[in-house]
Design a protein around this ligand. Structure first.
Ligand SMILES: [Zn+2]
Length: 526
């Protein structure tokens, strides 16, 4: 923009009419340039620029797209957070009025209140009694004092126990189990009394207040079902509560549902190490990032995807994240956008879909030179894309860079010319090509590599919808839980293996203090 707001504020009709003709023309040229720039900005959309599809207003979206519209509508209806505990909505009046009361003159005044149980709201204890489907006896086998063995004939006394509600998924469907766990104590002739205890993992500073223990009301598969409803189906805690009671007859508090999600995430933490190793050792990584909010802090969700693994991180948008994950020495191919931190890696690829959209944006701009630049750039890119497709199908024709050296030189000369021009968008696109020239056209020498970063963008799409519905997470634990569960679930989905059986096995192993099972083998490799 040429004229600042400070200058614009001083301009009015009297001032313009007082100017001599020459000065008036000069001013008109500046105003025209600014007007064109503003029109171009107003005409930007996800089809002709780098704007993400989610930036479109809900009513501007194509309803036939893929149901995203419906999600956004739901986002307006639901103010529940997916990965954080929500206030226990026990007050029917507050639920009906959406947390607002009538202020003076009928205006709605939002109530500011802390999450959780409100003063005066009735508390609830567990009252539901389900029929017992199985009993598991945890007997003492060996004396903790003298190490003597107990036999089945030795008398043991039950000293504690608990119930675990779980679901069994199979043919012909889903069934509910309620298992009674009984723990025994035994007196040894040596005088020592030994008790059998349920396993409890040591507390972890990174997961403050989130325990991992066998002593749980909710079994591993039911935990997994809750994660599925929360993360994949994007249901709020209260809707999950409603679903479990209406369809399975299981009554759980929203607090218990929340703890199940957090415990599942903590159980998955060791899987992250396996995923990091697989990403670092892969020959091709797709990387992308989008915004995320934790309370009022703006953070970034990063995704790193290989052929069979997906890893999400939520943190700052800084070089640190990349350095921590890939290190300085990563030598595989890295497909990314034009963000500077990626430029330190030698084997880089750029997404051509982004460049094509930007060129289309130029073609639709108001600047004649810009229009010609955009049109020619698109033509050249499309010719090269066809050449890449042909090279993938047929016998190798040789290095496409040399075959199309003439086109590449033409584009480079165009970019050099436009780089010094007056049109802002043309300058930006020309600069983008010139800065990343090798990364953009590396695919011509290696036509088997991808042309777009759609893999990573598709993997961020689900989280963008989650963000819109939940308005982000509300705590560090909630943010970590989101990234970890997303990594495990999307990795399994990428391997065409159901994530839920694996997640249940991980939760079960971690509750008992055992090693987690290896990630499932990709369906196509087995
Ligand atoms: Zn003993």
């Amino acid at each position: 923009m040429i004229l600042s707001q400070h200058s614009l504020r001083q301009l009015d009709e009297t001032y313009i009419r007082s100017l001599p003709e020459n000065a008036c023309q000069e001013l008109a040229v500046k105003l025209l340039a600014d007007l064109k720039t503003l029109h171009e900005r107003a005409n930007r959309n996800p089809d002709n620029s780098s704007m993400p599809p989610s930036s479109q207003l809900p009513w501007a979206m194509d309803r036939s797209d893929d149901g995203v519209c419906d999600e956004v509508v739901e986002a307006k209806e639901s103010d529940d957070c997916e990965l954080e505990d929500e206030p226990a909505k026990t007050n029917t009046e507050q639920r009906v009025s959406g947390g607002e009361i009538d202020g003076p003159k009928g205006n709605c005044v939002p109530i500011k209140r802390a999450p959780g149980k409100q003063p005066g709201a009735p508390g609830y204890g567990r009252s539901q009694q389900l029929p017992i489907t199985d009993t598991v006896e945890h007997r003492v086998f060996c004396c903790d004092g003298c190490a003597g063995q107990f036999t089945e004939q030795d008398t043991q006394v039950a000293w504690t126990g608990y119930y675990t509600i779980d679901v069994e998924v199979g043919v012909p469907g889903i069934g509910v189990t309620n298992t009674k766990h009984v723990y025994y104590e035994a007196s040894c002739p040596c005088g020592h009394v030994t008790r059998q205890h349920p396993h409890r993992e040591a507390s972890d500073a990174l997961w403050e207040g989130i325990g991992l223990s066998e002593w749980r009301l909710v079994g591993p598969m039911l935990c997994t079902l809750i994660v599925s409803l929360s993360y994949r189906m994007r249901m709020s805690r209260s809707k999950i509560q409603e679903f479990l009671y209406d369809w399975l007859g299981i009554r759980l508090s929203t607090g218990t549902i929340q703890r199940c999600v957090e415990e599942s995430a903590r159980a998955c933490a060791p899987v992250e190490d396996q995923l990091v190793e697989q990403v670092v050792n892969s020959g091709l990584v797709h990387a992308d990032e989008t915004t995320h909010k934790e309370k009022k802090t703006l953070l970034w969700v990063w995704v790193f995807a290989t052929r069979f693994s997906v890893l999400y991180f939520i943190g700052q948008r800084s070089a640190e994240i990349i350095e921590t994950l890939l290190g300085q020495s990563y030598c595989g191919w890295l497909m990314s956008d034009g963000y500077q931190v990626y430029r330190r890696y030698a084997n880089r690829l750029r997404c051509w879909a982004h460049l094509l959209r930007k060129a289309k944006g130029l073609e639709e701009s108001l600047d004649r030179k810009g229009q010609r630049f955009g049109k020619r750039t698109r033509e050249i890119l499309k010719t090269l894309i066809n050449a890449v497709y042909q090279a993938r199908e047929g016998p190798p024709p040789g290095d496409l860079k040399q075959i199309h050296a003439g086109l590449l030189k033409e584009l480079r000369d165009l970019c050099e010319t436009m780089k010094g021009g007056t049109h802002e968008k043309s300058r930006t696109l020309a600069g983008e090509f010139l800065n990343d020239w090798d990364a953009v056209f590396a695919v011509l020498s290696h036509p088997d590599l991808p042309l777009t970063n759609n893999e990573a963008e598709r993997l961020l799409r689900h989280l963008v919808i989650v963000r819109r519905i939940t308005y982000g997470t509300r705590s560090k634990n909630g943010t970590r839980a989101l990234a970890l569960l997303a990594s495990v679930v999307e990795t399994c989905r990428r391997r065409e293996v159901s994530p839920w059986g694996y997640l249940a096995r991980v939760i079960k192993a971690r509750r008992c203090g055992q090693h987690i099972p290896e990630l499932p083998v990709p369906a196509s490799a087995s």
